[in-house]
Design a protein around this ligand. Structure first.
Ligand code: KIV
Ligand code: ZN
Length: 519
């Protein structure tokens, strides 16, 4: 059996199923390209039949990628499979990923089908997909709660029909590592020919066991791990890619396997996904959390200063947190800046680099040191923007212990200069109310969160807002050393995204004279 563990990234499909993590097509493309650069083997780009938007983004990713397999998810029905195939067929390496539930609970309550009917569906779907492409993956949804002899029969059926990868998901995050070991071991012993195809594992983290289950499955024969960046995904999320990859790399004695992931790209990719989805990484998150390499206790600091090995099982540099990358100042040159931007995973054209560099210089004047996070925020919030209808030109807020919070706003709306003033319950409220009035927005602000991007009182504040209108949800983000300005920018970013989605739904395009990152 091969020593390579294939990394199947489902950030754009299962990851996008995280509440509030919807991404637009440009954002998905950006993540897909970054995943390809970091060495992911398979990218599950979406579930094409689920919406027009999903179909379009899977197709765009299929066209854009050159080295990765691009998978499209489909239930076992032919309409699903055709839709998935049409979306992925421009890919150099397309894969149809078809699935059906196999546990008694799902058969009885959800599918209302017998085991025999499910076996027929599997045989039919895999054989049908196989006529379209050679690379067919089959997943037995809720496999870990499936009667084990029946699960073996399911695997035999998928194998016979031509599946090249068989995935055993812990859909509800219910299983424990020893149980996974037993399931994988049984399938390998009972299903003749299973060694000719790739066995895969896909774990959810409801009991916090997703990574443990995944690495246990590898030890029992799985050679594909399905995972997401930062562990985002349905409910408590999926197995975090960075955890599995670093476990394999850090413990070769236990896991004598390898992946093709460039581990130095883990941290920049984690930041990129967090920025795009608006989902913060918890500070104590393994590998990519802000505290993952911070030694707080005196006894630990003393040990690390004497010899890193005392308390450090892997270096921050190995996951892309390099010391030299942490700080840039106003004396940093364009060359160093461009190199850093590249290392952070952004592929910017000359105009975009120039814009980012000018903004970086402006920030460096206001702030002593500029961190990676600040650079990512500049690029995400200011350079890589969707076409806009609204742009903030000027914001002045009066607030304090004895003042009624008042905001004066000047904005560009459809190319026209507009100004207005309003009051609020606080300075942020005043700014948002004024913008809302000026844009006549009917959208609802669902969530508002402020985060300091780095430490210190001169840190940039990063604001994330979730806005909804007519069933469309968008995440808006803004960053600035002034949190009121960051809030206004985040709100305007969300309103622009809403406009963008609305015009796309109507099949129109935004006015051509507007900045469009995708051009
Ligand atoms: O969790 C799950 O079972 C899935 C399948 C579609 C693979 O996401
Ligand atoms: Zn899943």
């Amino acid at each position: 059996m091969s020593d390579q563990v294939f990394i199947f990234d489902t950030t754009l499909r299962d990851g996008e199923q995280s509440p509030g993590a919807t991404m637009n097509i440009q954002e998905k493309l950006r993540i897909a390209k970054q995943l390809e650069r970091m060495g992911v083997d398979v990218i599950e780009a979406g579930f094409p039949v689920s919406s027009e938007g999903d179909y379009e983004s899977v197709r765009a990713i299929a066209k854009a990628l050159e080295n990765c397999i691009v998978a499209g998810l489909a239930r076992t029905g032919r309409e699903d499979i055709d839709r998935a195939w049409n979306a992925i067929r421009p890919a150099k390496y397309p894969r149809i990923h078809t699935f059906i539930a196999t546990s008694d609970i799902h058969l009885k309550y959800k599918l209302k089908k017998t085991q025999e009917e499910v076996l027929r569906d599997i045989a039919d779907a895999v054989a049908y997909a196989k006529k379209l492409t050679d690379d067919v993956e089959f997943s037995a949804e809720d496999a870990t709660r499936t009667d084990l002899p029946f699960l073996c029969e399911v695997a035999r059926t998928a194998l016979k029909a031509g599946a090249t990868t068989i995935n055993i998901p812990d859909t509800v995050g219910y299983t424990a590592p020893t149980e996974y070991a037993h399931i994988m071991d049984t399938i390998r012993k009972e299903v003749k020919g299973i060694d000719k195809i790739v066995l895969s594992v896909h774990c959810h983290n409801d009991l916090g066991l997703a990574t443990s289950n995944s690495v246990m499955a590898i030890q029992y024969g799985a050679r594909q791990v399905e995972c997401t960046i930062n562990g985002i995904g349905e409910r408590a999320g999926n197995t975090a890619m960075e955890e599995v990859v670093m476990a394999i790399r850090t413990r070769p004695d236990l896991f004598p396997y390898f992946t093709k992931i460039d581990t130095k790209m883990i941290y920049p990719t984690s930041r990129l996904v967090s920025q795009i989805t608006g989902m913060k990484v918890q500070p104590n998150k393994a590998i990519v959390g802000a505290n993952a390499f911070a030694h707080e206790a005196g006894i630990h600091q003393d040990g690390v200063l004497k010899e890193k090995l005392t308390y450090e099982i892997m270096t921050p540099e190995s996951v892309g947190i390099t010391k030299s990358s942490l700080v840039m100042g106003k004396h940093s040159g364009r060359h160093a800046f461009r190199d850093r931007v590249k290392a952070l995973g952004f592929d910017l054209n000359t105009d975009q680099i120039q814009k980012a560099f000018d903004l970086f210089k402006g920030l460096a004047d206001r702030k002593k040191t500029v961190f990676d996070e600040d650079i990512v925020a500049i690029i995400m919030h200011e350079v890589l923007r969707i076409p806009y209808r609204y742009r903030l030109n000027y914001l002045n807020v009066v607030s304090g212990t004895s003042a009624i919070p008042t905001a004066m706003v000047k904005m560009e709306i459809d190319g026209e200069q507009v100004r207005d003033v309003d009051f609020g319950d606080g300075p942020v409220d005043a700014a948002m109310k004024t913008i809302r009035k000026m844009t006549h927005s009917k959208s609802k602000l669902m969530k508002f969160a402020i985060n300091a991007i780095t430490g210190g009182t001169d840190a940039q504040g990063e604001v994330t807002v979730y806005v909804q209108e007519d069933g469309i949800s968008v995440v808006g983000q803004g960053a600035h050393t002034d949190i009121i300005v960051a809030s206004a920018k985040a709100y305007i970013n969300a309103l622009n995204k809403l406009e963008y989605q609305k015009t796309k739904q109507k099949g129109k395009t935004m006015k051509p004279n507007y900045t469009d990152e995708s051009r």
